[in-house]
Design a protein around this ligand. Structure first.
Ligand SMILES: [Zn+2]
Length: 273
């Protein structure tokens, strides 16, 4: 179907939906509300606001491999065609994105196979910004997790555990990748023992970091990736907004992509606070 045909067909469907709702009897209003997803008051009742946890993605966004991971090519422009449309070329692990279990396993869940129930998560924020300011290679350790549970209680089932290292504001600078004289990158991540503790002692489903990798920058063995992802838990990298959410009590909504067989991909992520 041509692009203009798609637009016309969508318009037709919108018009017929409007006609349907205009003529619907009041008795069906409840069912119609359910059908359009207007069930959010239950969530709104428990949360006062929403925080965007997603960096804007463009061709300049720093990547693990140091080469551009995103390219947008304009295929149609408004002046000539009456509408704008871009073709995208994206490395899955660019910008604020998901690491699906398949990223570091032979047969783990691909991004389209992550259960949606795992994509709406109680958010636990572990703040290591003070030690990360002293040491770029800082890691979330079992002691950091214990300090969180001492202050906030047990890690909730289905939680996403996020490292707040203070790295997000560096995204427009060389300091985000932070390549040293040793040619290794230097940024914080999760220590593998912290990941194992969460796997053994909690029902957490996701790790999130505000840096380029679940493992800290100098890691050569990706121990945390290899421990966490093959258990069909997933990861989030390059998260932002962690300074705007509480240590406990927020709900993370992870808008993961669902391209078939994908190892991950850019996601739009919100926190209900
Ligand atoms: Zn990734």
């Amino acid at each position: 179907m041509c692009d203009i045909c798609v637009i016309n067909s969508v318009k037709d469907r919108m018009l017929s939906r409007r006609a349907f709702f205009a003529s619907a009897a009041a008795a069906t209003a409840g069912a119609a509300a359910l059908a359009t997803g207007a069930t959010t008051p239950a969530m709104a009742a428990g949360h006062g606001g929403v925080v965007d946890m997603t960096h804007v993605l463009d061709a300049d966004f720093p990547t693990y491999f140091g080469v551009p991971g995103f390219e947008a090519t304009q295929a149609f422009n408004f002046k000539e065609s009456g509408f704008n449309l871009f073709n995208l070329a994206i490395n899955e692990h660019t910008g604020t994105h998901i690491d699906a279990p398949l990223h570091f396993s032979a047969d783990g869940q691909s991004v389209d196979e992550i259960p949606v129930s795992n994509l709406v998560c109680p958010l636990a924020v572990i703040d290591i910004a003070a030690k990360a300011a002293e040491n770029a290679d800082a890691q979330v350790t079992p002691d950091d997790i214990k300090a969180w549970t001492d202050a906030n209680g047990p890690i909730p089932d289905g939680a996403c555990i996020a490292m707040h290292s203070g790295w997000a504001p560096k995204v427009g600078s060389e300091g985000f990748r932070n390549v040293g004289a040793d040619e290794a990158m230097h940024f914080p991540g999760f220590h593998v023992e912290a990941a194992k503790m969460l796997m053994e002692d909690t029902g957490a489903v996701a790790l999130a970091v505000d840096t380029l990798s679940l493992d800290h920058g100098p890691s050569a063995d990706f121990a945390t990736h290899y421990a966490w992802l093959p258990t069909n838990r997933y990861g989030i990298e390059n998260l932002t907004g962690l300074d705007k959410v509480p240590a406990a009590g927020a709900t993370l909504v992870v808008g993961a992509p669902n391209h078939r067989g994908g190892s991950g991909g850019p996601a739009r992520i919100f926190a209900m606070v």
